[in-house]
Design a protein around this ligand. Structure first.
Ligand code: UDP
Ligand code: MG
Length: 314
């Protein structure tokens, strides 16, 4: 049996040595075959040379290096496409996904009762409160309006059986939201809680705006609810306008035709104009996704690798 650990890395030269030491310590003590599949996501620092150095002294180290930064989702996809293991795990390079959980995860999979073991942090300790607040709201909303169950606090760190990996690879959509994809494909998942850990070195790649866009993408990729909201607005407005029409008509009959109501008219025009633009924006979001999907571009382009018959673009 072989385990593949997929490790997306973007500017992780400080964290990499720690990760390598820790992961090697755990995996070599487990009496299984393993490979560490690092995906260098167009890092601008010395990540690639670190990876080559590690690969030179340890044959368990495999790497795929992208031609530019394609994002963590693309890096994970490249990992899934090129993983040779029977069990495949995705882990961050910053040790926020502790390798020490792997033995327990393997044990749970080996019982045959589950197809994957996913991790969930129990607390959001060490995170800015505002980020936690919006994160909670996001999970609430997305679970209400889509069929991908996304668990609050779920990390991308999970160990999966081959069947699941094949299912993920077969979902070749361009706009990827892995948390949703993992939930959407189903299978039996065991949730393993653990204490949140701060990254060992280097800095986080996320800022608030980035997370906000990520959340919106998640919703748009897995739900049509925003479109329904737009139609609902339309129906409501039509209904209100009927009532207004009757009101205006009756007033005309009773009071004649005094010119008045400029202020209310402007309010109505502005309000409806705003609503229309808002709905158009929602439709635009979906169209832009369709546009990207129909172009059929590869998810990633790799420039260098030491993986045998690697898929260099896919
Ligand atoms: N990452 C990546 N490409 C990117 C951004 C991040 O491959 O464009 C990797 C990064 O190297 C790390 C993982 O994704 O291994 C998680 O990133 P980070 O620790 O910055 O996110 P956080 O843990 O703060 O959510
Ligand atoms: Mg991290």
């Amino acid at each position: 049996m072989k385990i593949t650990a997929i490790v997306p890395c973007y500017n992780e030269q400080e964290a990499l040595p720690y990760f390598y030491d820790e992961a090697t310590k755990v995996l070599s003590g487990m009496d299984v075959e393993y490979e560490l599949l690092f995906v260098n996501d167009g890092s601008k620092d010395g990540t690639l040379s670190k990876l080559k150095e590690l690969a030179g002294k340890d044959e368990h180290v495999k790497y795929i290096s992208f031609s530019r930064n394609f994002g963590k989702e693309a890096a994970m996809y490249a990992g899934f496409c090129n993983a040779k293991g029977d069990y495949v795990a995705v882990m961050d390079a910053d040790l926020q996904d502790p390798p020490s959980l792997l033995p327990e995860m393997v044990k749970i999979l080996k019982t045959g009762e589950y197809d994957s073991v996913a991790t969930r942090r129990e607390t959001r300790k060490g995170e800015p409160p505002i980020r936690s607040f919006f994160a909670r709201k996001f999970y609430k909303i997305i679970n209400k309006i889509s069929d991908a169950d996304v668990v609050d606090g779920a990390r991308d760190f999970r160990l999966m059986k081959r069947e699941m990996v094949d299912a993920i690879v077969s979902m070749s959509e361009y706009n990827r939201f892995s948390k949703g994809i993992f939930g959407w494909i189903g299978f039996r998942t065991y949730w393993l809680p653990f204490e949140n850990i701060e990254r060992v070195a280097g800095t986080t790649k996320w800022n608030f705006w980035g997370l906000f866009k990520y959340a919106l993408d998640g919703i748009i990729n897995f739900s049509n609810a925003p479109l329904s909201i737009a139609s609902l607005f339309g129906i409501m407005m039509t209904f209100v306008s009927f009532i207004l029409m009757i009101f205006v008509f009756v007033r005309r009959l009773v009071f004649g035709d005094p010119v008045a109501g400029w202020a209310s008219l402007v309010c109505i025009i502005v309000f409806i104009g705003g609503m229309q633009l808002f709905c158009l924006g929602i439709i635009g979001q979906y169209i832009s996704k369709i546009y990207m999907e129909t172009k059929n571009r590869p998810h990633y382009i790799a420039a260098e690798t030491n993986v045998e018959d690697a898929k260099m673009l896919y």
